[in-house]
Design a protein around this ligand. Sequence first.
Ligand code: ADP
Ligand code: MG
Length: 379
Amino acid sequence: MPELDVVSQQQSHPLSAPAETAIGKPLSVTAVRKTYGAMTAVDEVSMDIAAGEFVTFLGSSGSGKTTTLMMIAGFVEPDSGSIVVGGRDVTRLAPQKRGLGFVFQQYLLFPHMTVGENIAFPLQLRGVPKAEIRRRVGETLEMAGLSGFARRRPRELSGGQQQRVALCRALVYRPPVILMDEPLGALDKKLRDQLQTEIKRIQRELGLTVIYVTHDQEEALVLSDRIAVMRDGRIDQFDTPQELFERPKTPFVADFLGAANFLSGVVEDTGDATAVRLDTGGLLRARTQQLPRGTRVRAAVQPGRLGLCPATDGFCAGIVETVTYVGTLVRVTLRPEGSAGPDVVRLEIPAGRAPLIGDRVGLTADPDDVTVFEAGTAG
Ligand code: ADP
Ligand code: MG
């Protein structure tokens, strides 16, 4: 039987889709672990995902994203831990009995079938009556902007269109949870942007729960309600994009998401703000974390949160090395003065305030935008 149950009594979660339209189900992963010989691919990963939520596993290659997704899907058996979908423990269930949909990087369409037949296939497997199949295939094609393509074969379609068909095939039986592993990885940037928008729209319209895997920070930020930043088989932080930016819990998260600048120093004063005496000499204030005086720290500031000021006024002075226009913004790199600082500080500021190469300038930052980590914190 197709999964068509409409969840009307969803738990209310601020991030979930409106209950009256949502078909998504909540999902819990508890302490799942997977080892291959001496290698720990996934190390006690736990997370609760709300119905209708769009969650992304973000991490570099080898961080355990696919293995975690495959354990949820049922293609990889965890050594320990459990997976619950919509209140049902599915840890030991076969993939096809979990009621989940998948979209992978490879489209895996049947080449000898038409687009319509490809999309109809999951419904036929489930014994849905013919008239109903025709209606649902038409509806799904229309939703994906593919009306009129039903009779074509996959090879007569572009890569982007093929990936859309793969998406339709996953959506057509309305699974409450859809798993996607780098589904846009093979497409060029423009198509990727376009399909990201469509995936997001469809997910919202249907109130689906989506778990999405990518190594692309921007893609994760565009799509996700929450992002699990993965490293070495663990989740460093599972939070909204805004929280990850504004309150990164590890230097790794600050760097991976925001390409943060790191400045080393020592806590000189505490109180309303933490004052850090930088190795380059200046004083940088941070509102984020209370650490005892004398603690060696690294202060992280995102490029977009730094400003320019006269050289004598900032927490650090330096010479502008490059100025690159990116639309209405400019990316500026600065070589800080003093031998103890980073080689380069990166800023992103409005184009109207662009300095000239060779200018001697100062840096400012709002204490709320500075995150302080104890030196030696992993990452
Ligand atoms: P990601 O999707 O983040 O790139 P994976 O989950 O594919 O990472 O892999 C995590 C780690 O587990 C990697 O070091 C990978 O080499 C290892 N791994 C994954 N699958 C297997 C397997 N079937 N056999 C041995 N090692 C594996
Ligand atoms: Mg992978």
